[in-house]
Design a protein around this ligand. Structure first.
Ligand code: C2E
Ligand code: MG
Ligand code: MG
Length: 677
């Protein structure tokens, strides 16, 4: 607190007490001394009057006669001796210590101290006052004074000039000066003065002490309140600038800090890196495992990032699953790469959330100040664009910003905003990718794959817009459109007389959790007239992580409708094998990533083999997607895979092309698979 109340009170009170005591003591002394002077003067006047009445007539002529006589002349006079004896007899036992008599010319005609006789005093103000008929007194302190019979030391003497006259109105005949010793009286005054000073000082000090205790208590209360206020303010400031989930500085603080970093005066060139770190597929985890698990994951990710960055780097939570890092003191760009690599590596260590063990990777976008931009907004935009680029390039990696990325980011934004109207404008289309039975060699089914025929950008693939559809909630409506279109198409092929086959539909996690799913599927089947036996729904493992019982229930209800179920991209998600045996699933679709390197990677071959064994033992059929080569085909056949799908047979094609293919097969009575066998 800037204002120290106790100290201020103490200093001002003490100054006040000193002033009061000093003023009081001064006035007391002044009044007491004045009273003393008045009193003593009156006594001296009375003494002089009695002297004038008794002895003065004898000496009057002697005193008046000499005019200005020399000292020796006066001393030799017998009157001086006689006068001395008379004065002594009259004033003995009084407090008078000297008597001087001046004639009207100012000559000291008589003094008890012979040394003073003959002295000239005609200009002395006391003498002049008395000569004019007044009485005047003055107290002086003398170290040494010649009294009647001896020398006295350290005395307060009151000297009084008194006119001598016959009667009150008679002319002044001479001037008397009486010295009385008032030392005792002055001492008494001083003692009383000290007592008053002491008493008043003591009383005021007590009062001061009493008030001081009150003030100090008030001061303490104020201080405490001030401390509480500061603490509260600090807390509010902390809350305003920190994220409550991770405790990290938040987006607001990030904005300020970034500006500070830009403005920082640095020796040499100011250079720093801005990193955007985004957790990969966080939304799936958050949606499927619940928000508590999502929150926990973000906390752990925040802790990890903090541990993976250098002390001089500042980490912020930007929002959602995004973090930003400002890395100052960077020398070469390679330093930043090294940190980015360390983060990517460190982030993918398994995380335990509840009963689950998850692997969460991160994608990082990096922009360098001032190379990539000198403004904070552009720097943020650039790092963000680089991060999206890292995602698009396969996630779990980092990208430095490059100018062409902004065009991509712009495109992405345009796509996202265009999605709102895509359904209404009938811009979605379905492609179908054939699946073949390994043993029969026949077309076993087709997988419906969504595409967006964008008026500006042409054909847009699902990876580029399905996450946005999930984000803006449009996935349910679009999913229903896919379901209806694919079912209607399949029914049409059947009606056209082709041998019936299954159509597979990809279901998103959000659709799977929606209460309407069962009803929608039933209604679409009813409306399109497709036999449920020719519809297959592709689910993904992420749908079963949380609320597994609910998921099993939904699966049974779908099965009750008569449709087939498969688990898509099997092996890439978070499967709990203990639950798998309870799932009423017909097919396991091995994830494309294992098939890809099946011929060159022993591990991928081993995983594929293990999935095949698992599927057989659980009485599920095995499907492989992404089959591109003859070698992959041979291996998958040897593992007992029942159905195959991949570019080796056909890319996803339009419904019309499937019709042509069906037509060809019908006429040649041969299948695609037999042709490649
Ligand atoms: P998915 O369900 O695993 O679909 C298979 C993907 O693998 C398709 O990609 C397909 O074109 C591709 N593919 C098939 N054979 C090969 C091959 O031999 N080599 C390679 N490299 N790729 C092959 P597409 O069409 O881009 O679809 C990507 C993903 O988008 C799908 O993966 C699916 O998860 C999702 N998706 C597609 N349509 C829909 C839809 O209507 N609804 C929902 N919810 N998701 C959909
Ligand atoms: Mg699929
Ligand atoms: Mg798949």
């Amino acid at each position: 607190m800037a204002f120290n109340l106790s100290r201020y009170f103490s200093i001002s009170s003490l100054i006040g007490i000193v002033i009061v005591v000093a003023v009081l003591s001064f006035f007391y002394r002044h009044i007491a001394i004045n009273t003393l002077i008045k009193h003593e003067t009156r006594a001296s006047v009375a003494l002089t009057t009695s002297f004038a009445n008794s002895i003065w007539p004898i000496y009057r002529d002697f005193v008046r006669s000499p005019g200005v006589a020399a000292r020796e002349t006066l001393l030799s006079k017998s009157e001086v001796k006689a006068l001395r004896a008379d004065v002594l007899s009259q004033m003995r036992n009084l407090n008078v210590v000297n008597v001087k008599i001046y004639n009207l010319d100012g000559l000291t005609v008589f003094s008890m101290n012979p040394a003073q006789i003959g002295e000239e005093k005609k200009d002395n103000p006391g003498f002049l006052t008395a000569k004019a008929g007044g009485v005047v007194s003055q107290i002086t302190f003398r170290n040494e004074f010649y009294a009647f019979e001896n020398v006295i030391v350290d005395r307060n003497l009151l000297a009084t000039y008194i006119p001598i006259r016959k009667s009150k109105d008679a002319p002044v005949e001479a001037v008397f000066e009486l010295y009385s010793d008032v030392t005792d009286l002055v001492n008494k005054i001083e003692i009383t003065q000290y007592q008053i000073v002491g008493g008043v000082f003591g009383a005021l000090s007590l009062l001061y002490l009493f008030l001081y205790l009150i003030v100090r208590r008030a001061d303490n209360i104020l201080r405490q309140q001030e401390a509480e206020r500061l603490l509260h303010e600090g807390k509010i400031r902390h809350q305003a600038y920190h994220d409550s989930l991770t405790g990290l500085p938040n987006k607001s603080r990030f904005g300020e800090y970034l500006q500070e970093a830009i403005n920082r005066p640095v020796r040499g060139a100011n250079k720093f890196a801005l990193m955007f770190v985004d957790l990969d597929r966080f939304k799936i985890i958050n949606d499927s495992m619940g928000h508590d698990a999502g929150d926990r994951l973000i906390q752990i990710a925040g802790d990890r990032l903090a541990a993976l960055t250098r002390e001089s780097d500042v980490l912020f939570r930007w929002g959602g699953d995004e973090f930003t890092i400002i890395l100052e003191n960077i020398g070469e760009v390679d330093d930043v790469s090294a940190i980015a690599q360390r983060i990517i590596k460190g982030m993918c260590a398994p995380i335990s959330v509840g009963k689950h063990e998850l692997v969460v990777t991160a994608s990082i976008g990096i922009a360098i100040y001032p190379t990539d931009s000198e403004s904070s907004e552009a720097l943020i935009k650039n790092a963000d664009a680089a991060m999206y680029h890292a995602k698009a390039a396969g996630r779990n990696r980092y990208e430095f910003y490059a100018p062409e990325m902004n065009a991509k980011a712009k495109e992405r934004l345009e796509l996202e905003s265009g999605l709102q109207k895509a359904l209404q404008n009938e811009e979605f289309i379905l492609h179908y990718q054939p699946k073949y039975g390994v043993n029969s060699g026949n077309l076993a089914g087709v997988e419906a794959l969504l595409r967006w025929q964008h008026p500006g950008y042409g054909l847009v693939m699902p990876d580029q817009f399905i996450p946005a559809l999930e984000e803006n909630g449009l996935i349910n409506a679009v999913g229903e459109w896919v379901l209806r279109t694919a079912c209607a198409q399949n029914k049409m092929w059947q009606d056209e007389g082709y041998a019936p086959f299954t159509v597979s539909i990809n279901i998103s996690a959000m659709q799977f959790r929606s209460r309407q799913l069962i009803e929608t599927v039933a209604r679409v089947l009813d409306e399109t007239g497709l036999d449920p036996g020719y519809l297959e729904l592709e689910l993904t493992e992420s749908m079963f992580i949380s609320n597994t019982e609910g998921a099993i229930n939904t699966m049974y209800r779908l099965k009750d409708l008569g449709v087939a179920l498969s688990i898509d991209d099997f092996g890439s998600g978070y499967s709990s094998l203990s639950y798998l045996k309870r799932f009423p699933v017909d097919y396991l679709k091995i994830d494309r990533s294992f098939i890809k390197d099946i011929e060159i990677s022993n591990k991928d071959a081993a995983i594929t083999n293990a999935i095949a064994v698992l599927a057989h033992s659980l009485n599920m059929k095995l499907v492989a997607e992404g089959v591109e080569s003859q070698g992959q085909l041979e291996y998958l056949k040897s593992r007992g895979c029942q159905e195959l799908q991949g570019f080796l047979f056909s890319r996803p094609v339009s419904a019309r092309e499937i019709s042509t293919l069906l037509e060809n097969e019908k006429s040649s009575n041969t299948t695609h698979l037999t042709s490649v066998k």
